[in-house]
Design a protein around this ligand. Structure first.
Ligand SMILES: NC(=O)c1ccc[n+]([C@@H]2O[C@H](COP(=O)([O-])OP(=O)(O)OC[C@H]3O[C@@H](n4cnc5c(N)ncnc54)[C@H](OP(=O)(O)O)[C@@H]3O)[C@@H](O)[C@H]2O)c1
Length: 291
């Protein structure tokens, strides 16, 4: 069965169930691949059920949002669209302007979720006031944060209450620091993790990850690829419940296809134990990993 995850209901929004793998968009709109290929990749992902599309005003200076907007033309309602505001644009007025600029580039009149990209110097109260204004005006349905470690997230949670938010953080098999305290606390609060760089940027963030002998052996035994194994691991249920949605970025059609297929991969306990042994989670608190 396809893997899904539910964002709980809030005061203003019904609960929403999403496929546990979505699509990233960093480096889109930068001319690294032909634009039509980037648009087609996002549309292929949507066709295959990867409905969450993550973008940010930062990516290609708004260029990624334009690519996403092109991909969503005529099918906006099929996507769960997430964008992010720069910390220095996250003020009471500036966040309204930044969001409206994102909406224009995306060719839509609402975001399903708006995130503060990382903690900055503007007081969180101001950002929250802006997010609540945008929500009241129907420009964003939900809001949350990104790159918040546990202290910052607790502070945000105390301020914002039970808004069904998410925290988007770096998480892959080679970077398991959030498992020590951040992820358990988020589970308690029912704040899902949106896992960025779930493929360690195609292995670039952790050299030789894709070539690791245990990963290669296990992938071959399970008849999947190493990136599929990494995605299935990232979204694995813990205690019977999923709390992670992974957002790999992929332009190559074969990559998009594989990533969508990873929704159907069940990792047996024995496979999880082998991955744990090869890539143990740290037994102590480590600084939040970021890129
Ligand atoms: N909040 C934040 O601060 C933050 C930071 C970083 C990223 N993000 C978000 O998270 C998304 C994902 O992170 P990311 O793009 O940095 O890294 P990633 O998703 O871990 O890796 C992307 C790379 O993996 C390749 N790839 C994708 N699927 C593959 C597959 N099945 N087999 C082999 N290679 C595959 C892609 O190649 P092709 O494109 O050539 O197919 C691309 O080079 C971003 O796009 C962005 O939306 C957020």
């Amino acid at each position: 069965m396809d893997a899904t995850l539910t964002l709980k209901a809030t005061a203003t929004q019904a609960a929403v169930t999403l496929a546990a793998i979505g699509q990233g968009s960093w480096y889109l709109g930068e001319g690294l691949a032909p634009r039509r290929d980037e648009v087609r990749a996002l549309q292929q992902g949507l066709d295959l059920g990867l409905t969450l599309v993550d973008t940010a005003e930062m990516y290609a200076d708004g260029g990624a949002e334009e690519v996403v907007g092109e991909a969503l033309k005529g099918r906006r309602e099929q996507a769960f669209l997430v964008s992010k505001v720069y910390p220095w644009n996250a003020g009471k007025r500036s966040a309204i302007q930044a969001c409206e600029d994102s909406l224009r580039r995306l060719g839509t009149d609402y975001l399903d979720m708006y995130l503060l990209h990382w903690p900055g110097s503007i007081p969180l109260e101001e950002t929250l006031a802006a997010f609540e204004r945008l929500q009241a005006d129907g420009k964003i349905k939900r809001f949350g944060v990104s790159n918040f470690d546990i202290d910052e997230l607790q502070q945000w949670h105390d301020l914002s209450g039970d808004e069904g938010a998410v925290n988007q953080v770096l998480y892959h098999l080679g970077s398991r620091g959030i498992e020590h305290s951040l992820r358990p606390w988020q589970r308690q609060q029912q704040i899902p993790v949106m896992a960025y760089c779930p493929l360690a940027q195609g292995g670039r963030l952790r050299r030789a990850l894709f070539a690791h002998p245990e990963l290669q052996a296990l992938a071959a035994e399970l008849k999947v690829t190493v990136p599929q194994l990494l995605l299935a691991w990232a979204i694995r249920p813990v205690g019977g419940q999923r709390d992670v949605i992974a957002i790999p970025k992929a332009v190559q059609p074969e990559h998009v296809r594989q990533n969508a297929e990873a929704l159907n991969i069940h990792l047996p306990d024995e496979a999880l134990a082998r991955l744990n042994a090869a890539f143990p989670a740290p037994g102590h608190k480590t600084p939040l990993d970021i890129v």
